[in-house]
Write a protein that binds this ligand. Structure first.
Ligand code: FAD
Length: 388
């Protein structure tokens, strides 16, 4: 019997477990995670980007806490004098826009960011070219630059939270949830692939792109789908200035990775569903033309490897859904729909879920607008002027 069962033990599950355990008030916490290597989970396959560059105050505040935690991660995740090996690479984030509409939307988003005290810059083409001379800015009209943004090793983040949670007494069960038994308006038992059952007072579903199937087991429908996204690692000849994680509404995202670079693209035209195949032809047809155009030094790049990972893509508004199964079960909670920005929100979701479960409401960042109620009401909560 667990007081709290967490389904999925990647960045969300392990951060929730850690934050709960740190309070000393959560009782027995049990995480069900089938794969302690996290081979297929989204987190380790992500770009590791952490940015204060969002178009909603809630997202800015969540990432601010994420940045705070990740900057101090080695110390926070220390277990018996052994710090986690971890670095926050503060290389910045850059969002390029073109056309009057794009510039106006980005400017609106930037105003929200500065209104929240984020020291981001709004650059015109000349300032952009001066700051990043390797960029071809001929077709870029403006950019938001986030100097405090950066990226982390996402695998180390998952393993750091997990190791610390284990040290605080959290139990991890290596198994897969295949069913949830409901009676009297409550989720009672989690049924595992092994045939075992775990009973719990509260059940939290944070199984990423697999989460919607688990919510469906208790009759909860979420507008969230697995969306496959390819990432490639490449080397270039010679060197360019340190580049921020660079993004644009329609283009390919790229950032430095050690001596080389990674590049990815969110293509919402691919069919929803799990697809771990790597579309190498996409690199030649879509990625390379964009990269070579944007950074002429990328023309002579060499692709070394590629991989696919999955967004838990919120097709309603691309945003987080967190909280109780309103209108359903009083003890069933979800955190889902993180689309391309869950890694940076992991720490804040861990804290927010802890507040919901132990204090009955948010104590730090008010995420009420991100509850399941907006799904019931079909009222999207859209980011202003910024697509992830
Ligand atoms: C290519 C790519 C790039 C990204 N880049 C960024 C970025 O730069 N910045 C950022 O913030 N975010 C980024 N993201 C998004 C981020 O990775 C996700 O939002 C985040 O990892 C979600 O974490 P999670 O714990 O919810 O899901 P996951 O990390 O996917 O973990 C889900 C876990 O649930 C487990 N599970 C599955 N089925 C079951 C079951 N039946 N029972 C129990 N457990 C189960 C899985 O084994 C897995 O460990 C990116 C994502 C992708 C795919």
């Amino acid at each position: 019997m667990a007081d709290i069962i967490i389904i999925g033990g990647s960045i969300m599950g392990s951060s929730i477990a850690y934050h709960l355990a740190m309070t000393g008030r959560a009782g027995n916490i049990c995480v069900i995670e089938p794969d302690p290597t996290y081979e297929w989970a989204a987190a380790p396959r992500s770009s590791g980007g952490v940015r204060l560059m969002h178009g909603l105050p809630e997202n800015i505040e969540m990432s601010r806490y994420g940045r705070e935690v990740y900057k101090d991660f080695a110390r926070l995740m220390d277990v018996d004098g052994q710090p986690g090996s971890f670095e926050f690479l503060e290389h910045g984030y850059l969002y390029l826009v073109s056309g009057a509409k794009g510039v106006a939307a980005a400017e609106e988003s930037w105003r929200i960011q500065t209104g929240c005290g984020v020291p981001n810059d709004f650059l015109d083409r000349e300032a952009l070219a001066a700051r990043f001379p390797s960029l071809n800015v001929a077709d870029v009209d403006a950019a938001i630059h986030g100097p405090q943004d950066g990226f982390i090793d996402p695998n180390a983040a998952v393993l750091g939270f997990r190791r610390k949670a284990l040290s605080l007494g959290v139990e991890y069960i290596e198994d897969r949830v295949v069913d949830i038994e409901v009676s009297g308006g409550l989720a009672r038992n989690v049924v595992l692939e092994s045939g075992n059952k775990v009973a719990g007072d509260i059940i939290v579903n944070v199984a990423g792109a697999w989460g919607p199937k688990i919510s469906a087991m208790v009759g909860m429908t979420v507008p969230v789908e697995p969306l496959s996204r390819n990432t490639f690692y490449f080397d270039i000849r010679g060197q360019i200035e340190t580049m921020p994680l660079t993004n644009s509404p329609s283009g390919v995202t790229f950032r430095q990775e050690g001596a080389g670079f990674t590049a990815g693209q969110t293509d919402t035209n691919v069919p929803f569903g799990f697809d771990f195949s790597v579309k190498h032809h996409m690199f030649d047809e879509v990625f390379w033309p964009y990269l070579a155009h944007r950074v002429p030094a990328f023309e002579a790049l060499q692709v070394k490897r590629g991989w696919a990972g999955h967004y838990a893509y919120n097709r309603m508004d691309g945003n987080t859904i967190i909280g109780k199964f309103i209108g359903g079960l009083d003890n069933f909670y979800v955190a889902t729909g993180f689309t391309g920005a869950g890694l940076q929100k992991g720490p804040a979701i861990g804290r927010a879920m802890t507040e919901l479960l132990l204090d009955g409401g948010y104590q730090t960042i008010d995420l009420s607008r991100m509850s399941y109620q907006r799904v019931i009401d079909e009222k999207p909560l859209l980011e202003v002027g910024f697509t992830a």
